[in-house]
Design a protein. Structure first.
Length: 426
């Protein structure tokens, strides 16, 4: 009896130890990675996205966390250094064991980390408009594809409301996003009957500051007697001297309108916009959107950042949507396991600050509205055009012949990002 009692005591102790270990494990926070440049040429755009994720984590934890656990954001600074993005991604996945990563801005940074996420089966939420031509099982693209931004912007400028533009300057930073986007836009313009002589393409390095000659070339190109517009895929802090030089040379929106794909409220905060009134940007969200959801989003942001002068912008909304979808998918799956969460992501729906129901599709891209905004003197945008409904993103452009035949669908029977036929064909 005594021996049995001792054995029972030992078993009870083991059970108690296991229970304690289980409780301790359950109490451990769920880690997520924040992979945005906080220094270097892209800090002007990316720092706010880091703060957006911190705001979402703070709000979630105040409501009790996720699966009964707190969420902890692990912030790293890849410093606008593209190889460093890959190193920091590996650190987040292998060392920190994060459940998901929210990060990147430029496509070159996303391309840098992509092999790491695919090798280690990580999950990246990428919040910025981009060139398309990609669908990875390890990335959810919450920004716009070209058919949700670049193509509609050019169509607007071609229309009577947009000034019936005939000549086109495609000006971009010299990396994959502008080059691929402009390849798509050139093909689109030519399909609309625009002669090649009416398309001027120019690329400049990251951080480019001397725009005097380039802006003078744009003026000469526009002097041919045809209405001319600039389609800008210039990224980061190079936008500040570009817009300043436009003003210095007396270029107004009524003369040569500029439509930008990487300039939003945050970038305009550092520019005197008085001479930029009427120039355009194409996004899926603007701070000036008049919805109850946007009022709540702005209020939440100002309360968290403790500065009512801070603006909101499109990539912030994309992170808001992506984070909400990830938390919903984790709750649905009952786990942070990447494979389970991935399956739960398909069909996730979030009511966005823009006032639309945003849906995650099986090509890992969202259905989103398209909005064209005019720059106002106060640095905000007046929305001059928007779609009635959300538009489903095309992962592969129909204007590039080799891409037009590709399908991205990560559900059975396709199960791939660039198929010409289902992987599991009958």
């Amino acid at each position: 009896m005594k021996a049995l009692g001792l054995r029972g005591l030992a078993l009870g102790g083991a059970f108690a130890a296991a229970l304690t270990a289980g409780i301790a494990q359950a109490a451990e926070p769920i880690k997520i990675g924040v992979l945005h440049s906080l220094s270097g040429t892209m800090a002007i755009s990316e720092t706010t996205l880091k703060d957006t994720i911190l705001m979402m984590v703070d709000d979630l934890n105040k409501k009790g966390g996720l699966l009964g656990r707190k969420v902890e954001a692990v912030v790293v600074d890849p410093a606008s250094n593209w190889p460093l993005f890959a190193e920091k991604a590996r650190e987040l996945l292998q060392k920190e064991k994060v459940a998901a990563v929210f990060g990147c801005w430029t496509s070159v940074s996303r391309k840098s980390v992509l092999p790491v996420f695919e090798e280690l089966n990580g999950m990246l939420f990428y919040p910025v408009q981009y060139e398309g031509e990609e669908s990875s099982r390890n990335v959810f693209y919450t920004g716009a594809a070209p058919n949700q931004q670049a193509i509609p912007a050019v169509e607007y400028l071609m229309s009577p409301d947009g000034g019936e533009v005939k000549r086109w300057v495609l000006a971009g930073t010299d990396y994959v996003y502008p080059r691929t986007t402009n390849k798509i836009l050139e093909a689109f313009l030519i399909s609309k009957g625009v002669p090649k002589d009416d398309i001027m393409v120019n690329y400049t390095p990251f951080g480019h500051s001397d725009w005097q000659t380039i802006v003078a070339d744009i003026k000469r190109f526009a002097s041919a007697g045809k209405k001319t517009a600039v389609v800008s895929t210039i990224n980061g802090d190079a936008n500040v001297p570009f817009y300043k030089e436009l003003a210095n040379q007396g270029i107004k929106a009524t003369d040569i309108p500029v439509v930008a794909f990487s300039v939003g409220e945050e970038e305009l905060a550092g520019i005197d916009t008085s001479n930029l009134v009427g120039h355009l940007a194409a996004w899926n969200y603007f701070m000036s959107v008049d919805t109850a959801e946007n009022d709540a989003f702005i209020k939440q942001w100002h309360a968290f950042i403790k500065d009512t002068k801070r603006v909101t912008n499109d990539p912030m909304e994309a992170h808001y949507i992506g984070f909400k979808m990830w938390t919903q998918a984790v709750q649905q799956a009952g786990t942070t396991d990447v494979d389970a969460v991935r399956q739960a992501m398909y069909g996730q729906k979030v009511r966005s600050p823009s006032g639309y129901d945003i849906v995650m599709n099986t090509n890992h891209h969202l259905s989103k509205p398209v909005m064209i905004g005019e720059i106002q003197a106060d640095g905000q945008f007046e929305i001059v055009s928007k779609t009635d409904a959300a538009i489903k993103a095309d992962a592969w452009s129909p204007f590039i012949p080799e891409s037009a035949k590709l399908t991205a669908d990560w559900t059975f029977p396709w199960v791939c990002g660039n198929c010409t036929e289902p992987k599991f064909a009958k």
